[in-house]
Design a protein around this ligand. Structure first.
Ligand code: ZN
Length: 84
């Protein structure tokens, strides 16, 4: 397995992307994933890892689902850090 890049070393503009719907659990949330991961998943059908750590294969566009609270928290932390 190839190692996943560390979240805190990635530029925010590369980290913050459109939410991707989690279609695997009973609780459905839109998670934030890296653009590169989302693009790769779309092309290769490989799983993506959200910034909260969740891994799944995205199969639908995010629509009515709430944003994952953990992703939202991490996203805000990253944004605050970048604005310093
Ligand atoms: Zn999440």
């Amino acid at each position: 397995m190839e190692p996943m890049p560390e979240i805190h070393t990635a530029p925010v503009e590369e980290t913050i992307t459109q939410p991707v719907t989690d279609d695997g659990d009973h609780d459905r949330f839109a998670h934030y994933v890296r653009k590169a991961d989302a693009a790769r998943a779309a092309v290769e059908g490989v799983p993506v890892r959200a910034i909260c750590g969740k891994v799944w294969v995205p199969s639908r566009d995010p629509k009515k689902y709430p944003v994952c609270p953990e992703c939202e928290k991490i996203r805000n932390q990253l944004l605050n850090r970048s604005n310093n």
